[in-house]
Design a protein around this ligand. Structure first.
Ligand SMILES: O=C(O)CCC(=O)C(=O)O
Length: 292
């Protein structure tokens, strides 16, 4: 089955900044991904905090494979063209009744990308109003809105994040999704989500797709070419993970984030600012041993 978009859907994305739901994964695919997540949580509980945030597509071969999933790529291609990088995959897991939530923001607020990357929100469990589904402000992607930069230790440890000021919440749309459905939205769309008040976990993986000819306003981005070819060399190439968060994968991610620290999620580096990101606990002691 093809997931190709109609011209109406492409125009709707251009106008509203998002497409609400497309079935891309089968139940069996969702179950297999949930099993990967749960076994990592069981086997390596101390690594969950750092490994599930930022560039997880460099750590896990199964996240890399999800980023290259044909049904998702077809839509990303229809929105951005045939040459695509995966520039970031993150897990967003909301445990029941923990209060974890994401305030209103535009991912591309601090570092702009032109054309802007598209985010695929892959719902591995149902996403509902009760468990804190994604919420968006339709049409808000046409400009960068004023924002503050804050700490969000709960959902995004060890880094500062942009939060849009003065959002008119009466315009918000809830994007409720069934497991296996994907919402696509512009990296400039104002979005956020509330906390999980249900008794079940809400689990999603978000992947940023960036066109190979996209220019970043600050620094150089990096990514995995998942579709087409790169004739521009604007985006530095990243390796494909070897397995399930092997030590080589950890070092590769560390090398990439240390070499290309300025990306939309980490933001611009201020003069003299140390490069910081969620990393394996041996980060400090290993720092000097890394061959960059
Ligand atoms: O998981 C969510 O509900 C939203 C997460 C998000 O917007 C983000 O990580 O930028």
């Amino acid at each position: 089955m093809s997931n190709r978009l109609t011209q109406f859907e492409v125009d709707q994305f251009a106008e509203l900044g998002y497409l609400s739901s497309t079935k891309c994964l089968t139940d069996a695919e969702c179950d297999a991904l949930l099993e990967h997540i749960e076994s990592f949580e069981r086997d390596r509980p101390d690594d969950v905090g750092w490994a599930f945030d930022l560039k997880t597509n460099l750590l896990f071969d199964w996240v890399y494979a999800l980023g290259a999933h044909k049904a998702i790529l077809e839509i990303a291609e229809d929105l951005l063209g045939p040459n695509l990088f995966n520039t970031n995959s993150i897990f967003r897991i909301k445990e029941s009744s923990t209060g974890t939530h994401y305030g209103w923001h535009q991912d591309a607020a601090r570092i702009e990308v032109e054309p802007c990357f598209v985010i695929a929100f892959v719902s591995l469990t149902d996403s509902t109003k009760e468990n804190g589904c994604l919420q968006v402000i339709p049409g808000s992607h046409k400009r960068i809105h004023p924002f503050d930069v804050i700490e969000n230790a709960d959902g995004q440890p060890q880094r500062r994040v942009a939060r849009t000021k003065d959002v008119d919440e009466s315009k918000a749309e809830l994007l409720e999704l069934k497991a296996g459905e994907v919402a696509f939205f512009s990296g400039r769309l104002v979005h956020g989500s509330g906390s999980n008040t249900s008794s079940e976990r809400r689990i999603a993986v978000l992947t940023d797709y960036t066109a190979a000819d996209a220019k970043q306003s600050v620094g150089q981005g990096s990514g995995q070419l998942v579709c087409g070819e790169d004739n521009w060399r604007y985006i530095a190439p990243e390796p494909v993970p070897q397995g399930n968060c092997t030590s080589v994968d950890v070092l590769n991610r560390r090398r990439v984030l240390t070499t290309y620290p300025e990306n939309p999620l980490m933001g611009p580096l201020q003069p003299g600012q140390a490069i910081e990101f969620p990393d394996a606990p041996d980060h400090e002691s290993n720092k000097l041993g890394i061959a960059l």
